[in-house]
Design a protein around this ligand. Structure first.
Ligand code: HAM
Length: 421
């Protein structure tokens, strides 16, 4: 037997309705905020991620599914959505679109070679949002408030919004120096990754899974003390606007995010729900002011976030929120005898073409078995076709909820069901 690859999952028909419910709701919510869907390829040139996400990040160093295609090009299955969306923005010259900022969203599979854990998969579905073309605290707040709105609209309550500013390039350069000075004397006691990070990306030491609880991490210099005036002012405005909207948040100066492109506003939403698992982050995002230029694009800036549907489902489960299954069919056609069976094939075809959802037996079940099947399919109506019905050209339509029977002629059946469904 060939098994499913580690870290992936089949979403079976008994569960797909939950995904469809979530995805439909997200599409609806995006209309409220005037964001339009974009679909980019699942694989991209490896360079897009090594440059965009950053060579020193765990994602690029350890987690990418990279391979050579038959034309000897290095290709990578996308580990995240932002780089591809920004590439598309640049390639399609979206800065020329009169509607600025360009507001985009996406929903699709991403791939990271990570250690499998509850809430962590090697293929997962990210729903993400990007607003590109405006450097204005109001758009940062639109994105954050949208995120909170999304989770609340699914009924989640046990949430914590954490924000930070990682400043602009100038602030970060100062801060990086301060971190190097701080960690250098004790770096020998840190993990190998952190020893490398000291020179490539010292901010990442702050959220290292291995060394996170070390004293030197807890009393490390804080980015907020190194923000220049512009960065400080920007962060203040974001906080003021969040306060005005009544959105509660915590500031965590160690929230640095795992990808290199972030500047200024960074945020995550965590689930506090018991039983959610060791990974508490539901989603993350932030502003990326240098990314477009880094990818040879115009001097535009963006902000966005991504959440995985898998973790959203886990949070719903942890808070005991169920998604109702509303699936049913309008009609189940049961048959008795060869003639009726034959007739049911053309009848079902005709009814489906007129928009009535229906099904029938294909296993030669006895009448009792067919009625059980109708129950399992949650049929609203059933009919039983036999010789008598064929002769009279009429049938009893049973409403499965009320148990009521109505005699309907073959000619009127289509119209009757349309009115009732
Ligand atoms: P990220 O923090 O790497 O950011 O991932 C965002 C979200 O994707 C996570 O919070 C989590 O919900 C989900 N996620 C990531 N890895 C996994 C996994 N292995 N299994 C299940 N879910 C996972 C980004 O990807 C950025 N592109 C977000 C962004 C958009 N920033 C600006 N715009």
């Amino acid at each position: 037997m060939i098994n499913i690859p580690r870290g992936t999952q089949d979403i079976l028909p008994k569960d797909t309705y939950k995904w469809q419910f979530i995805e439909n709701k997200l599409h609806e919510l995006m209309k409220l905020y005037n964001y339009k869907e974009i679909r980019t390829p699942i694989f991209e040139s490896t360079e897009l991620f090594s440059r965009g996400v950053g060579d020193s990040t765990d994602v690029v160093q350890k987690e990418m599914y990279t391979f050579k295609d038959k034309g000897d090009r290095s290709i990578t299955l996308r580990p995240e959505g932002t780089a591809g969306v920004v590439r598309s923005f640049i390639e399609n010259k979206m800065q020329g679109d009169p509607n600025q900022p360009v507001k985009l969203y996406y929903n699709g599979p991403m791939f990271r070679y990570e250690r499998k854990q509850k809430g962590r998969y090697r293929q997962f579905v990210q729903f993400g949002v990007e607003a590109i073309g405006s450097e204005n605290p109001a758009i940062d707040v639109e994105i954050i408030s949208m995120l909170v709105h999304i989770y609340k609209s699914f009924g989640l309550k046990d949430l914590k919004l954490v924000i930070n500013s990682i400043g602009d390039a100038e602030s970060r350069a100062e801060y990086t120096k301060a971190l190097q000075t701080h960690f250098e004397p004790v770096i020998d006691t840190f993990c190998n990754d952190c020893q490398n990070r000291l020179y490539t990306n010292p901010m990442r030491i702050l959220d290292c899974k291995v060394d996170r609880d070390k004293e030197a991490v807890k009393n490390a210099p804080k980015i907020t003390d190194y923000l220049n005036d512009y960065s400080k002012q920007y962060f203040e405005e974001v906080k003021t606007l969040l306060d005005e909207l009544g959105i509660e948040y915590e500031i965590d100066t160690n929230l640095v995010r795992g990808l290199d492109y972030y500047t200024h506003t960074a945020f995550e939403v965590m689930s506090n729900a018991e039983g959610f698992g060791a990974i508490t982050t539901l989603c993350g995002g932030g502003r990326y002011n240098g990314l477009l230029e880094l990818l040879d694009g115009p001097k535009e800036t963006g902000i966005g976030f991504a959440l995985s549907i898998e973790r959203l489902l886990l949070a719903l489960e942890a808070e005991g929120i169920e998604i109702e299954q509303e699936e049913s069919i309008d009609l189940f056609i049961a048959t008795m005898g060869d003639q009726a069976e034959k007739y049911s094939i053309s009848l079902i075809n005709k009814l489906r073409h007129s928009g009535i959802s229906c099904d029938k037996d294909y296993l030669g079940r006895k009448l009792k078995g067919q009625m059980k099947q109708a129950d399992r399919l949650n049929a609203v109506h059933t009919i039983v076709l036999g010789d008598d019905e064929l002769q009279k050209e009429q049938v009893e339509v049973k409403n499965m909820k009320t148990g009521e029977n109505t005699t309907v002629s073959f000619k009127e059946l289509e119209q009757y069901l349309k009115e009732k469904s």
